[in-house]
Design a protein around this ligand. Structure first.
Ligand code: PMP
Length: 378
């Protein structure tokens, strides 16, 4: 039986690797396989490639004061930034500000700092649009606030946070630094990277490889390393570098930034089509958010979202019910709960996350399939 063509609308969970990026990975992995810490010529060649990748990333993001710490992804980068910074500078103060809609890779770090290390955390709430109030941030800043960690784009709702304004508020306080998890923003929307003291991202969300990522931080910022050992990555992250993965990360970033504007326009067309269908059918769907064209979040009003997602999957259409990281826990979207205060909406969310390779025709197929599934499910 011929298999239906897969339609992949789960790009916020991960993206397929770009062939050019994979070619780069294979080329470096086969020709420059030596350990970049080795002093022989092959090791030094690998080390030069690694340094070139670092400089390329800093150049692409126009971050002059910063340095790159390659990690295994955003989870590790967030852990290093938040725990590494808080523990290093705890003598300056033990207050941290964040939001109540961060990814678990941030939220769980904060919880650990609170429960195990006696930090005080202020979680800024989001309003019905999923947005934070900058006045609340300003009022929450204390003399002992050492860190503010606020994501650039929420992974479930796609809400874009005002990074420039947040940085300005944080920087009025000389002891505080601003960290942002930019995993869902980088290569998709433009960000003032120079204004952010530390930011984290993963390669596999921008068509790079799983297991690659980075923390970019201002050079003057010190961190307590989480991984001790041979002192790689300037002592901040020990362990033999994945030269091929890191060079591939720089390439994936370059390609995503090169095509960012055109991709945004294309994805906006996909979003408009889907948004219109959802808004035209208010008895079946509630649109939770669509102000970022890459992530559209809606809830099913009469049918169970998890059943709809499964039926879509059986028809070859891949979407998420909440974020992939929550998929095996209770299916509930915390960001949607925080913005709506509505348990039904939070338990029945569907997240569509687009990529520039998706087409209007795919959106049409999706809409037709979704509406027939909604009609068929009892
Ligand atoms: N932060 C955000 C906003 C994310 O979307 C993700 C991936 N779901 C992560 C952090 C964690 O990324 P990784 O699993 O690649 O470490």
């Amino acid at each position: 039986m011929p298999q239906p063509k897969i339609i992949y609308f789960d790009n916020a969970a991960t993206t397929p690797v770009n062939n050019e990026v994979l070619d780069t990975y294979i080329k470096v992995k086969t020709s420059y396989f030596a350990n970049p810490s080795s002093i022989h010529s092959l090791g030094q060649q690998a080390n030069r490639l690694l340094d070139k990748a670092r400089l390329q990333i800093l150049d692409l993001l126009k971050t002059n004061d910063h340095e790159v710490i390659f990690t295994s992804g955003a989870t590790e980068a967030n852990n290093l930034a938040i725990k590494g910074y808080a523990i290093k500078y705890q003598n300056r103060g033990k207050h941290i500000i964040s939001t109540n809609v961060e990814h678990p890779a941030v939220k769980e770090c904060l919880k650990q700092l609170e429960e195990q290390f006696g930090f005080q955390i202020t979680y800024l709430p989001v309003d019905e649009k999923g947005q934070i109030d900058l006045n609340q941030l300003e009022n929450a800043m204390q003399k002992d606030t050492i860190l503010v960690s606020i994501m650039a784009v929420n992974n479930e709702t796609g809400i874009i946070f005002p990074i420039k304004e947040i940085a300005q508020i944080v920087h009025k306080h000389p002891l505080a630094v601003f960290h942002s998890d930019v995993t869902q923003a980088i290569g998709k929307i433009s960000l003032p990277y120079e204004d952010i003291d530390m930011f984290s991202f993963s390669g596999h969300k921008i068509h790079g490889l799983n297991g690659t990522g980075a923390l970019i931080k201002r050079k003057k910022i010190e961190l307590l390393p989480l991984l001790s050992g041979g002192g790689q990555e300037n002592g901040f992250r020990s362990g033999t570098d994945d030269v091929a993965g890191d060079v591939a990360l720089a390439k994936a970033l370059r390609l995503s930034l090169d095509t960012m504007e055109n991709n945004y326009k294309h994805v906006s067309l996909l979003k408009e089509k889907l948004e219109k269908y959802l808004l035209d059918n208010p008895s079946e769907y509630h649109l939770n958010s669509s102000h970022n064209p890459y992530i559209i979040n809606f809830s099913t009003l009469k049918k169970k979202a998890s059943v709809v997602v499964e039926a879509l999957s059986n028809a070859g259409i891949m979407v998420s019910s909440t974020s992939a990281c929550h998929a095996h826990k209770e299916p509930l979207s915390e960001p949607v709960l925080m913005m709506s205060n509505d348990m039904h909406l939070a338990k029945n969310t569907i997240r569509i996350s687009f990529d520039a390779s998706n087409t209007l025709e795919e959106v049409d197929i999706f809409i037709n399939k979704l509406s027939s599934i909604i009609g068929e499910i009892k």
